[in-house]
Ligand binder design. Structure first.
Ligand SMILES: [Zn+2]
Length: 489
């Protein structure tokens, strides 16, 4: 069971996929490993798989060079032929099926880009016209010379491979044009002779697809792409930036970074399985809510506040200058910017005050603030994420099924406004609206809701969001004021 903050990210990814219009899957070696295919990085595993290469001290990087097809063709073909059969016989793991289902559900379709040469996406039933194998495919051949740009499907049934000596006997594949030796149409190390047109044609279709989905809600799911040869990682990062898409990185070494990547530090199948489960439970949950009508809160329910309880064990180290204990609420006076402790029942709806319900940092960087007591609509809660040394923030109003229904971006200085605008725009599901707000240097909001239940709540949510945004600004101003006074002492 993944840790809480990972679970939260998995739900976030599940929600993103639920709202996405287009899906780009980018995959590296880690995607294949879960089908039982070897990852040849590191000599130990490589030489265990091919003992003759261990005796000769030939690494994967040295073996994967076109040189061997002219120097030792029988060895080169024993190795590549064996790999081709291994890949051909492998059964794609269930993660491929999940990805195919998600991709097929996208209104604007999807595309797969992979550095894997094993053909597993095609084997798993993905369509060839939505696939870009940027390092080629071991199941296709080309001329070693090469005498032309011809690429043809590999037919290796005549090849007899002796793994003990790593030699291939029988008729080695030949070029039908000139009769020279053939080789796999994969990009090798130090490879000047790779015949590119097949991959170039795939790349052209990929570019066309990218152009078609520009402006649509695009999610990039990067799976098992390492940092040793970061081609796949860089490609996804570039597209995420250019197309303002969200990039989800599934890899055991994935780390949360500042540039908006959602990191799932897990293996491919584990991550995909967890997302799939979240998607299924989300659908069940939504169906249950629709049946019970639970998303239509009554006026009475709104008045009771329904302040969400903070997660347990996360209020140990208060982040704010004033120390709040569980259950206490800070009242921010919108006229003076003053702040004091208050209880929910003491704060009226119309006295121009907003309440902060603050506790320690959530591990994911989100923490629920401020549950404005009387303004808090039933079943919704708020989250805040801060940017740029606390000068800018996103305040999200989250529904029960973890949808961000309304997101307010707020910055204390116009200098920080750009970051907020970009963060909002990148994930926006609807046009951004500048929010008129006196004394707030910079506020914008986006509204993400397709559900009639949420739409009914919109006026209320707008009001809550606006107060929360002002409260945040006031709270920050108060922190500054307090810091200045402390330094005067
Ligand atoms: Zn030829």
């Amino acid at each position: 069971m993944p840790a809480d903050h990972i679970q939260r990210r998995i739900r976030e990814v599940s929600n993103l996929l639920g709202k996405a219009e287009a899906l780009l899957i980018t995959a590296g070696a880690g995607m294949s490993v879960d089908s039982g295919l070897p990852d040849f990085r590191g000599n130990h595993g490589f030489w265990r798989a091919y003992p003759p290469l261990g005796k000769l001290g030939i690494s994967f990087e040295r073996m994967a060079q076109p040189y061997w097809f002219t120097e030792r063709p029988a060895m080169a073909w024993a190795w590549y032929g064996h790999r081709a059969r291994l890949y051909r016989e492998a059964t794609p793991h269930p993660g491929y099926r999940m990805l195919r289902e998600w991709l097929q559900a996208m209104p604007a379709g999807g595309f797969v880009v992979t550095s894997n040469v094993d053909g597993q996406f095609l084997e798993a039933g993905f369509e060839a016209r939505g696939l870009y194998e940027l390092h080629g495919s071991i199941h296709h051949l080309q001329c070693v010379t090469p005498c032309s740009d011809a690429v043809w499907p590999a037919e290796l049934s005549d090849l007899q491979i002796d793994l003990d000596t790593l030699t291939a006997a029988g008729e080695l594949p030949r070029c039908p044009n000139c009769g020279a030796l053939a080789r796999p149409n994969v990009l090798m190390f130090n490879d000047m002779d790779w015949v590119e047109p097949r991959a170039r044609e795939q790349a052209r279709r990929f570019d066309q697809w990218l152009a078609r989905v520009r402006g649509r809600r695009l999610v990039i799911l990067e799976i098992g792409a390492g940092s040793a040869v970061p081609t796949i990682r860089r490609l996804g990062e570039r597209i995420a930036q250019r197309n303002l898409a969200t990039l989800v990185r599934c890899n055991p070494d994935a780390a949360e970074s500042d540039d908006g990547i959602i990191a799932l530090p897990m293996g491919a199948l584990e991550a995909l399985g967890a997302i799939d489960e979240a998607r299924r439970s989300r659908r069940v949950h939504a169906a249950g809510l629709a049946r019970s009508g639970a998303m239509a809160p009554t006026r009475a329910a709104e008045r009771t506040g329904d302040v969400p309880a903070p997660p347990r064990g996360q209020h140990a180290a208060p982040r704010a200058t004033i120390r709040l204990r569980l259950g206490e609420i800070a009242c921010i006076d919108l006229e003076t910017g003053g702040i004091e402790l208050a209880w929910p029942q003491e704060v009226g709806a119309d006295d121009g005050a907003a309440c902060l319900f603050a506790f320690a940092d959530h591990p994911s960087g989100w923490f629920p603030v401020p549950a404005t007591s009387v303004h808090s609509p039933c079943g919704y809660q708020m989250r805040l994420i801060e940017f740029g040394a606390g000068n800018a923030a996103l305040i999200a109003i989250i529904s029960r099924d973890d949808d961000a229904v309304l997101t307010i971006g707020v910055a204390r200085n116009s200098d920080d406004g750009g970051a907020i605008w970009h963060a909002l725009y990148r994930t926006a599901l609807s046009p951004l609206q500048p929010l008129e707000c006196p004394r707030a240097p910079w506020i914008a909001r986006r509204l993400d809701t397709d559900s009639p239940d949420h739409r009914a709540m919109v006026p209320e949510l707008m009001q809550v969001g606006r107060i929360a945004a002002i409260a945040w600004l006031k709270f920050k101003a108060f922190e500054d004021w307090q810091r200045e006074n402390e330094s005067d002492d």
